[in-house]
Ligand binder design. Sequence first.
Ligand code: BES
Ligand code: ZN
Length: 458
Amino acid sequence: MSLDAILARIDDDLPAATERLLDLMRIKSISTDPAFRDDCQQAADWLVADLQSLGIDAQKRPTPGHPMVVGHAGPENGKPHLLFYGHYDVQPVDPLALWDRDPFDPAIEQTPAGPVIRGRGAADDKGQLMTFIEALRAWKEVEGNWPCRITFFFEGEEESGSPSLVPFMEENKDELRADFAMICDTVMFESRTPAITTMLRGLLGEELTITGPTKDLHSGMFGGIAMNPVRVLARVIAALHDDQGRVTVPGFYDGVPELSDELEAQWQGLAFDHEAFLGDVGLSHPAGEQDRTPLEMIWSRPTCEVNGIGGGYQGDGFKTVLPAQASAKISFRLVGDQDPHAIRKNFRAMVEEMLPPDCTATWKAHGASRASGTPTSDPAFAKSLKALSDEWNVPAAYIGSGGSIPIAGHFQNILGTAPVLIGFSKDDDQIHSPNEKYDMESFHKGIRSWARILDAIT
Ligand code: BES
Ligand code: ZN
């Protein structure tokens, strides 16, 4: 087998590969918004057709939500069986006014730092998902067959909490079991160093609505005598952190481990430049627990953040209203053995305790996943790290991640399959934000990286 020939094929095919990615990005597969249900079906159909064009036995598989795409290829040849996961759904595009182009009319833009693929889903996760397919396309074209047995598993609900995922994995355990699950949905370290992510935080979402009066009131007629739910909500939110940045929910730090000496030494070696990281987004001061390092704040410490808040008049101008309700969407990132269900219970009890007379709280749960970690003792990890280093000409690193990919934990728990998290997205890709992009370098070298990894581990 000739890795050089496969890499050359990838280089030659880059323009066509880019066109294929742009085609997939034109599909508005926003999973959280029911208005885009048909678009999600269409994105799944697109992937099935693309896999089938490679001779892969691929199918769209229904779920109560958006469909899964599952495909099987390659021989049972004594080499490891790989499962590859990516998600074809994307985040909503709002606020649309802040985009410099139509988010679903993607294009290659030239920037001072090089060409980028601009549009919703470029980096999260359509561009990343296609890096693996393109590597295999080149492999098949050059070699005439597959390096090993490969299962493709694409999801369309990742950005909306993966409600159908666990039941689907439980029902299709035998079909999905593999030696390794390769997940392409993570970032490189500081946008320069290729990396394998070995720690992901868990995620707990809570939506809280506080209700006071039965209806909106005139704030002159009732102001002073009537309890205002916005005031109550503000008090609750202000009480969630102490002045050292610690989260105050009772029992919150149960199960939060201290860093091992080994990890601490490894992370010190990474010499994270937090000033540059924050400087890129107009900030300068790490705002988490004040006795923790910046890397700990994003990788190994749990957090509580308000993701949205509402109540009262928010239109143009001014309205003297005392609103009947106020609400907030609050998320917790979890680490170690923190138990999302215990935290949900304690958080709700803490808030209920703070409510003054006449106010009630109602709750909506939005997902609860534990943190996950991957041991790196299997030789496939060291081989993948070396393949990444060869492609990018810098030593690759093991890193943590602030984000959450609940499926990583499920692969381990349900299938017994170790997840290997490798991605080529960069910190400035603006995922979930306006003007999302994926560097052409990420796409091109990402495809080449997978070819090298496949060569190294099969
Ligand atoms: N690709 C991200 C996860 C990610 C972000 C990994 C940054 C590494 C660095 C993924 O699509 C995502 O955004 N996940 C959500 C969780 C989901 C349950 C909504 C997240 O982390 O907020
Ligand atoms: Zn993603």
